[in-house]
Design a protein around this ligand. Structure first.
Ligand code: AGP
Length: 610
């Protein structure tokens, strides 16, 4: 949530900052601003709305500077307007700060500062932080130490970048709970809350850890802990390039990412299938295989789409590995009093690896002695680094706020973890081999479904004016029903609910009339006939029905208004196929409504606040 970018070097920082903000806009997009140092003063320009509006405003100013910091905001404290937008400054206007995160004790700090005579112009917690730094700057006369001392007084989370017009040779950055990365250039350096913002300029990066602070100059950086301990930071190479974060020929990132799934799914299992042994090879779990497969219980925590992947994993692990699984919302897990022992394995799933609730839940599980594993997409993210062991899903950068390819890649990795555990317990080599062989066919089957994009677009036009939707599925496809409903809600703002199909008659059936479409996920499995009965119940009440059914199912067409066909597969992999039409359906309905699917209202890609 919120994106930070900064530049110090020999070029004009403004185009670099604007381009970086555009790449970070998926993190927040209700207001934006930048602060540059020129002629021993700090110039701040802010704007409510999108980065492009800020860009228009700056163009009129005709200014330039080789040092600047910038921010795109997702409001937490204070409405999205120009005053609350970042950067925030001290009273002299020389000290300039951008912040991602929440200063939890800002109210107490503010009272203390007001007693010292400080006045406040905004409703933000960030303005409190810049003025707190100002008090130490007056005492220390040194920006780095002033920031360090101030951060020792702060409770909450932050990724910050600070500049002072009196020290125009550096940007001071620090991190706790919100990501901060330094990009190493040639006589120029960059800072950002995400490598996406700096990959156009450098692939050499340094990730700050929680409690670390650094002074970034044009030709070097110096890092310490906020307790003033010296630290050595390793420079790392980013594994993707600018192509991976560009839309290419697609109108939206979401469509590009849906269409990429045959490749992204393949990348998730590439080099990880041990056909001969009927098992999987997951380097990140090496040395932990016994402990995981002997677990008394597996608890999986996540949020949103990643939580839906966790629900699918519950079916996978219990069916094949026979270990009891519990799936928890990370936000709930972290605040209750979970019973955990060292015999428990906790898996934390997160595309971004930065979700605040998931990260906090992970720290809580670690504190209580459980084995803590991460399943993440973003390499080097906080959750990946905080976990004891884990697996990257290798879906590639996901920019669209609605998660699509990360979900299918999460399912692949969770299936591989299942096979790894199951082969150490009860699964036969033949069963293991069959699963791997089928997984190998999944990218081709996804590609077949994607070829129906035009048909799905046509079907979607019939639902553009719907106000409510029901998504129904059973077994492995119940979580897919939830995911289909979430996709629609997020980007089309149509109210949608997912249910296990059999639950319909316990309440939701009351909603059915000819204005309430239902999406049934009806693969040919053991409960097929039962789901068909549910379809009949909806039909009897004049409900419109769209079915996601198997190609081999020729009965379904006569029963429903619209049917989208998918190839047959094993039950464990059905969600990898059934979710694809639902992603496309949500996408085309939202586009049909004229909405910005990549940046839906009120949302942000990476939820780094509670
Ligand atoms: C998915 O479409 C959502 N935007 C959201 O629910 C997301 O899955 C959730 O915030 C968790 O994110 P994470 O996977 O990065 O932790």
């Amino acid at each position: 949530m919120c994106g930070i970018v900064g530049y110090i070097g020999h070029r004009n920082s403004i185009p670099i900052l604007i381009e970086g903000l555009k790449r970070l806009e998926y993190r927040g997009y209700d207001s934006a601003g930048l602060g540059i140092i020129r002629e021993n003063a700090c110039t701040v320009i802010k704007q409510e709305g999108k980065v492009s509006q800020l860009e228009d405003k700056i163009e009129k100013e005709k200014i330039s500077s080789p040092l600047g910091i910038a921010h795109t905001r997702w409001a937490t404290h204070g409405v999205p307007n120009e005053i609350n937008a970042h950067p925030h400054v001290n009273s002299s206007g020389k000290l300039c700060l951008v912040h991602n995160g929440i200063i939890e004790n800002y109210a107490v700090l503010k009272i203390g500062l007001q007693k010292q005579g400080y006045e406040f112009y905004s409703e933000t917690d960030t303005e409190v932080l810049v003025k707190l730094i100002d008090t130490f700057l007056k005492m220390k006369n040194n920006l780095f130490d002033a920031v360090r001392f101030a951060l020792n007084k702060v409770e909450g989370t932050y990724g910050i970048a600070v500049t002072s017009a009196d020290e125009p040779d550096k940007i001071v950055v620090a991190k706790k709970g919100s990501p901060l990365v330094i990009g190493i250039g040639d006589d120029e350096n960059f800072i950002a809350s995400d490598v996406n913002a700096l990959i156009a300029h450098t692939s050499q990066v340094v990730y700050l850890e929680d409690g670390e602070i650094a002074a970034v100059y044009n030709n070097k950086f110096e890092a310490k802990t906020i307790e003033d301990e010296e630290i050595e930071k390793e420079i790392q190479q980013v594994a993707f390039d600018i192509e991976d974060i560009s839309k290419g020929e697609f109108p939206h990132f979401m469509l590009k990412e849906i269409m990429e799934q045959p490749g992204s799914v393949k990348n998730s299992f590439r080099g990880r299938l041990l056909f001969e042994e009927g098992s999987s090879k997951l380097g990140g779990l090496q040395g932990y295989e016994d402990r995981i497969s002997q677990s008394r219980r597996i608890i999986i925590c996540a949020c949103g789409t990643s939580w839906h992947a966790a629900l699918v994993a519950e079916y996978m692990i219990e069916q094949f590995a026979r270990i009891p699984v519990e799936v928890e919302y990370a936000s709930e897990f972290r605040y209750r009093n979970p019973v955990l022992t060292p015999e428990d394995t906790c898996i934390f799933i997160s595309q971004s690896g930065e979700t605040a609730d998931t990260l906090a839940a992970m720290k809580e599980a670690k504190r209580r002695g459980a084995l803590v594993l991460g399943v993440c997409n973003v390499v080097g993210s906080s959750i990946a680094r905080e976990s004891e062991a884990g697996v990257y899903i290798h879906a590639g950068p996901e920019i669209g706020v609605a998660s699509t390819k990360a979900f299918t890649s999460q399912l692949v990795v969770l299936a591989l973890i299942t096979v790894l555990i199951a082969r150490r317990r009860h699964m036969s080599i033949i069963d293991g081999q069959n699963i791997l062989r089928e997984l190998d066919l999944i990218p081709g089957k996804i590609a077949e479904i994607l070829q129906q994009n035009d048909k799905i677009k046509e079907i979607a036009q019939n639902f553009i004016n719907a106000k409510n939707f029901l998504y129904l599925g059973r077994g492995y496809n119940f979580p897919v029903a939830l995911e289909g409903a979430l996709k629609l809600k997020e980007i089309s703002y149509i109210h949608a609910e997912g249910y296990p199909a059999a639950e319909m008659k316990h309440g939701p059936i009351a909603l059915i009339d000819n204005n309430m479409p239902s999406v049934f996920i009806t693969p040919k499995d053991s409960v097929y006939e039962k789901v068909i009965s549910n379809i009949e119940e909806v039909k009897a009440r004049n409900g419109k029905i769209l079915a996601i059914a198997c190609t081999s199912d020729d009965k379904i067409d006569s029963l429903v208004d619209y049917a989208i066909k998918i190839p047959d597969t094993m039950r464990i992999f059905m969600p990898l196929l059934t979710v694809i039409p639902l992603q496309l359906l949500a996408y085309h309905i939202a586009v049909g409504k004229g909405l910005n699917v990549d940046q839906p209202r009120n949302l942000a890609k990476s939820v780094t606040v509670e």
